[in-house]
Write a protein that binds this ligand. Structure first.
Ligand SMILES: *[C@@H]1O[C@H](CO)[C@@H](O)[C@H](O)[C@H]1NC(C)=O
Ligand SMILES: *[C@@H]1O[C@H](CO)[C@@H](O)[C@H](O)[C@H]1NC(C)=O
Ligand SMILES: *[C@@H]1O[C@H](CO)[C@@H](O)[C@H](O)[C@H]1NC(C)=O
Ligand SMILES: *[C@@H]1O[C@H](CO)[C@@H](O)[C@H](O)[C@H]1NC(C)=O
Ligand SMILES: *[C@@H]1O[C@H](CO)[C@@H](O)[C@H](O)[C@H]1NC(C)=O
Ligand SMILES: [Zn+2]
Length: 297
């Protein structure tokens, strides 16, 4: 008994003495030190607000998981093929591949602390006709509101190429994955005010790749269309996909054909090209994309 107590005392004394020996003794790798891990406090999980009930939360989480899958595959396709991919050249011209790879990677691996999805309609926009969700803008730059219409209409990527869907003929917000990709790009921590709207709709996206390819690798719609098309082509119906009717690049007679000048200068003004058809129902900071998709900045 006495021996036992003595051992215990020594052990306590040793433990108490540890900090005095100084940190950084490599022979004791598990000693506690003041140094926190380099990634302390980081999160790869998307935060979902308490206002989302169980079914809403589950759908948003599954949608975000698909958005990450969609972005990860787009990144992988580019990493493998760069501009040797015909689909890459269709959407990005001969732009260097690293910007598009980065735009997808930030969705996959970027820190998710400054992201929040909520379901409580704090700005009242969900009451507006056609609203499936919106970025809160000045009311909460990290926050995205998802409205009831999303749960009723957004589809899983597993339905890709089914029910009449084609990449060129359908809206990018057909799927949770691409809709949420778009919403994520509006967040300062993901889109970084660099991914923006330079083209609206499939035709403009194809034109952008031909005329202003340097903008295409950080254009929100281009990134969505590209991700959808490679997912359809590589995963949903391998080798075939469902690209839909292809674009015919038509120019007015008096317009110079710039199809071969892929390296045009980027514009400094980022949002001016964003077609907005504002109606009385749409708040000043919102606009309607081609196809009726409402969107607030
Ligand atoms: C590291 O710990 C070992 C074992 O406790 C000790 O012998 C050695 O002196 C320590 N070295 C330093 C630099 O503190
Ligand atoms: C969650 O809220 C939505 C919208 O109010 C509702 O339709 C749904 O039934 C709710 N789910 C649960 C599990 O309460
Ligand atoms: C890919 O881009 C490089 C660099 O711009 C260019 O030299 C090459 O011809 C392009 N490849 C194809 C298949 O267009
Ligand atoms: C921010 O809040 C104001 C006041 O409630 C509202 O008028 C505006 O539409 C909101 N902005 C967004 C993007 O919802
Ligand atoms: C390309 O950029 C030029 C000049 O910045 C602009 O006038 C033109 O509208 C852009 N084209 C497309 C398709 O965005
Ligand atoms: Zn947008």
């Amino acid at each position: 008994m006495a021996i036992f107590i003595k051992i215990l005392m020594i052990s306590v004394a040793t433990t108490a003495a540890l900090p005095a020996l100084g940190s950084g003794n490599l022979s004791r790798p598990f000693e506690m030190t003041d140094i926190t891990p380099w990634n302390a406090g980081g999160t790869t999980q998307f935060p979902i607000h308490a206002s989302c009930n169980a079914t809403q939360r589950r759908q948003i989480e599954l949608g975000l998981a698909e958005a990450v899958d969609l972005a990860a595959h787009a990144r992988d396709h580019i990493s493998r093929w760069r501009n040797e991919s015909e689909i890459y050249r269709k959407y990005f011209g001969n732009s260097p591949s690293m910007e598009a790879i980065g735009a997808f990677e930030v969705v996959v691996s970027g820190d998710k602390n400054d992201v929040l999805f909520r379901c409580d309609n704090p700005d009242g926009n969900c009451d507006l006709e056609g609203y499936a969700g919106h970025w809160r803008g000045e009311n909460g730059t990290k926050e995205t509101v998802i409205c009831d219409l999303s749960y009723e209409t957004r589809r899983s990527l597993s339905t890709m190429c089914g029910m009449g869907y084609t990449v060129s003929g359908s809206e990018t917000n057909t799927f949770w994955a691409s809709d949420l990709l778009h919403r994520l790009y509006h967040l300062p921590s993901i889109g970084q005010s660099w991914v923006d709207h330079y083209a609206d709709g499939f035709e403009e996206v194809i034109d952008l790749a031909i005329e202003n390819a340097t903008l295409s690798t950080h254009d929100s719609e281009t990134l969505q269309y590209f991700a959808l098309e490679v997912y359809a082509h590589d995963i949903s119906i391998p080798g075939i996909g469902c690209p839909g009717e292809q674009h015919e690049h038509k120019h007015e007679d008096d317009e110079t054909d710039v199809a071969n000048s892929g390296g045009s200068q980027p514009t400094a003004t980022s949002t001016t090209g964003e077609a907005s058809s504002t109606t009385a129902d749409v708040p000043a900071n919102c606009h309607t994309h081609e196809g009726g998709e409402l969107h607030c900045t």
